[in-house]
Design a protein around this ligand. Structure first.
Ligand code: SF4
Length: 394
């Protein structure tokens, strides 16, 4: 089956191109501790060998940045680096990578007196100097706080003044506004070597946000993904339900399937990405309606170098198994590996957990319930889920 793909700008990332007439690139992310450069290099090599066109690595410290130099020396792969708060690490890692991902929701945190525009200008200068591409990586779990504040304010006043928000704007506001703002700013700097991602843990939201962005900025290559899709096989189905329809519409130039699996099984993400492309090529694709059979939505992140405890993946799988009884109830349960997207996702969930080294933070409807050991938290979470189901039945 021939898909009529849209033609975006082509962005070179190491030896691959994203967009234009290039085939869709499957990418993934290493989940080893970045500072353990031997394990990280081995993981990157394995992922590149099984078909990852780009492998992303999280960097938060100088030690991580130094490790990247070693990874680059040892492996021939297209490397992307994931920066969150510490945008200044860009100049330390750029010599060793092909792409830098920044998160508009996190770049505002360090050096708060410096405007986001000056920070992005700095990233563009670094990218130009070291021949790197950029990714503007919007994630619903860590949105720009200013956009969220404005959005909540509008929501509060919309009953008094319905003209404040159309239905469309109510839904799409913060992530789309954030993406458009950064695209317009990068364009104003004359920098065009970038891609955009707009991810959410809800597949339907991913579908709608990316459709909308693609209509507004058709020339910008899109990196597709459902963030925190969870463990396979459900995580794969959630991702398929969002990405396959988009790709059938010709939208999406690169993709990642985020699965909650341990670091040495990350090749499952690449295999799932390739499966999606095969499905699209054959025209047999999943849709959002395939997800309705299970109403319980378990959101769990894929884990990465930032995961504070290796017990996080086990916890996510245990919660998945312990909540079989709740599958027919429309509840969202989040299990997150660290504080980067953990607090945001667990605020949005009916029952949310985000993991520290020895303790897990538990929330109910966004309210902090307590901090528990990995053993205790499963029982506490199940209790909360049962309470919510009882309340629904009344
Ligand atoms: S929330 Fe999960 S995937 Fe995201 S940075 Fe933390 S450990 Fe990594």
């Amino acid at each position: 089956m021939t898909i009529q793909r849209r033609v975006t700008r082509k962005v070179k990332i190491g030896s691959v191109s994203v967009g234009g007439d290039a085939p869709v690139v499957v990418q993934t992310m290493a989940a080893t501790k970045t500072r353990d450069y031997e394990a990280t290099a081995a993981s990157v090599a394995k992922l590149a060998n099984c078909g990852a066109g780009i492998v992303r690595i999280a960097v938060d410290t100088d030690q991580d940045a130094e490790a990247l130099a070693e990874v680059r020396r040892r492996v021939d792969a297209n490397l992307s680096v994931d920066l969150q708060e510490n945008f200044r690490l860009a100049e330390k890692v750029a010599p060793y990578v092909d792409k830098i991902r920044y998160n508009p929701g996190k770049i505002c945190i360090l050096e708060p007196n410096l405007s986001w525009e000056r920070k992005v200008e700095y990233l563009v200068d670094v990218a130009k100097e070291y021949d790197c591409a950029l990714r503007v990586g919007i994630n619903s779990g860590s949105l720009d706080p200013e956009k969220l504040r404005e959005y909540r304010e509008k929501l509060e006043h919309k009953d008094a003044d319905p003209t404040l928000m159309s239905d469309d704007a109510t839904f799409f506001d913060p992530p789309i506004r954030s993406a458009l703002e950064h695209v317009d700013f990068l364009e104003s700097l004359g920098f065009d070597r970038y891609v955009v991602s707009i991810k959410d843990s809800d597949p339907e939201t991913v579908l709608m946000l990316n459709r909308r962005f693609a209509a507004l900025k058709p020339f910008v290559p899109l990196h597709l993904g459902v963030t925190e899709a969870g463990a396979p096989p459900r995580g794969i189905l959630k991702t398929r339900a969002a990405l396959e329809p988009l790709l059938m519409e010709g939208i999406g130039e690169t993709l990642r399937v985020s699965l909650t699996v341990v670091a040495d099984q990350k090749e499952q993400e690449v295999a799932a990405g390739r499966l999606i492309l095969e499905n699209v090529a054959s025209g047999v694709v999943a849709s959002i309606s395939d997800l309705d059979k299970t109403k319980l939505n378990i959101v769990s992140c894929p884990g990465c170098s930032r995961t504070q405890s290796s017990r996080f993946v086990e916890l996510a799988h245990t919660i998945d198994e312990a909540t079989v009884f709740a599958r027919s109830y429309p509840l969202t349960v989040a299990v997150m590996g660290c504080r980067v997207n953990g607090p945001g996702e667990s605020d949005d969930a009916d029952v949310g957990m985000w993991c520290g080294g020895d303790r897990v933070n538990l929330k109910s409807g966004g309210t902090h319930v307590g901090t528990f050991s990995y053993e205790e938290v499963v029982e506490k979470a199940v209790e909360l889920i049962k309470e919510k189901i009882s309340a629904m039945k009344q």
